[in-house]
Design a protein around this ligand. Structure first.
Ligand code: HEM
Length: 333
């Protein structure tokens, strides 16, 4: 089993090569220097502001003839965005694969005790999985919008790509609403346990204890988890806000504002996707016993004491430790 995971980790190491833009996508396209006559190119380069005409139809925006900001926006998508996405997401896959190859799965210190503590109740888990499932679909469909034409279309053909993209775009728009609801729920439920504290600085300076055998104290959430929480809340809401600016065009801003929102939306999204990849890894394959917290909601006492010792102590004192036979363990003296 471990060999299979190690082979998978090796495959992830070579994934960024497969993500490199295919040669067919690098052919000259309209707007490239090669396709525009030299004089016109010079004129475009010298152009500082918009060139607008007058139109007799009600939509005055149709009078916009040339908007140089549009060229910067197109250049971003064509030249910069594949690098941003490739480095953030491909880089994270490489880091996680290396981490797994070097460290393997982090075991529960002392093995499972059989005693458990309730870590997340049904509402917590509902909020988590609502956010998680919608985010995963939003991430896949968003990456398809940004890079699908260059990466997926050559693999599955134009017909299948068109069908997938059509459904994907609808999913991307509509699932944004339950995603925001999930973030708001998680914020309300967990914010009180995610306020920064002195322990977080200690957690970060000890590298979370991942690279040393030093024990790091933590309450309900450690420094790394707080980073995940605030990334989801802040980046998630910023991505949603810029997404709605694009979904309801010209409602709150003009064309230039929408182009800027589009760039911010995509950059923040690939950053959050990379962060969440690390979170998914550590919450499943990377650490024994972690998934139970969001699966059944019950975590093993030894796991809790290894990663959240102060919280475990508090729960034990309240008599919240469950023995394997359903009886509640006696509170500590
Ligand atoms: C298959 C995917 C995922 C798995 C297996 C997973 C697993 C987990 C687990 C086990 C925990 C509890 C950790 C603890 O005991 O404290 C957790 C917490 C959390 N998850 Fe996920 N998760 C997934 C996807 C996501 C996604 C997509 C998001 C947000 C976009 C997310 C956001 C959070 C947040 C904010 C927390 C609380 C902070 C933390 O513990 O890091 N999760 N997740």
């Amino acid at each position: 089993m471990t060999t299979i995971w190690r082979l998978l980790a090796l495959c992830l190491l070579v994934l960024p090569l497969a993500l490199a833009e295919p040669a067919s996508a690098q052919q000259s396209r309209p707007g490239d220097a090669a396709t525009v006559p030299a004089g016109e190119m010079q004129m475009f380069q010298q152009l500082q502001g918009n060139v607008e005409g007058r139109v007799s139809i009600p939509d005055q925006r149709a009078g916009m003839l040339i908007q140089p900001g549009g060229k910067q926006w197109r250049d971003f998508w064509r030249d910069t965005s594949p690098w941003v996405g490739g480095i953030a997401i491909g880089g994270m896959f490489v880091l996680l694969a290396l981490f797994y190859l070097i460290k393997g799965r982090i075991p529960i210190e002392g093995g499972r005790s059989g005693e458990t503590i309730t870590r997340f109740g049904p509402i917590d888990r509902f909020a988590h999985w609502l956010t998680a499932t919608t985010f995963i679909v939003l991430a896949i469909t968003g990456l398809n919008i940004a890079y699908g034409r260059a990466i997926l279309m050559p693999l599955i053909g134009p017909e299948a790509f068109a069908a997938f993209s059509e459904v994907g775009k609808l999913a991307h728009n509509y699932l944004s609403f339950p995603f925001v609801l999930g973030i708001v729920l998680m914020f309300v439920l967990w914010v009180k346990d995610n306020l920064p504290s002195r322990l977080d600085a200690e957690w970060f300076s000890a590298g979370g204890g991942f690279f040393t055998h030093r024990h790091v104290h933590a309450r309900r959430f450690n420094g790394g988890q707080k980073l995940i929480f605030w990334s989801v809340v802040i980046l998630g809401l910023a991505i949603s806000a810029t997404g709605y600016i694009l979904m309801f065009p010209f409602t709150v801003t003009d064309l230039a504002g929408m182009q800027l929102s589009h760039v911010i939306h995509s950059v923040l999204s690939v950053i959050l996707i990379a962060i969440i990849l690390a979170h998914i890894y550590i919450g499943s394959l990377g650490m024994e016993g972690a998934f139970d917290a969001m699966g059944s909601g019950e975590v093993d006492l030894n796991w809790a004491e290894a990663h959240h010792d102060l919280w475990a102590e508090e729960q034990r004192a309240k008599g919240h430790v469950h023995s394997p036979h359903g009886r509640q363990a006696v509170p500590a003296e």
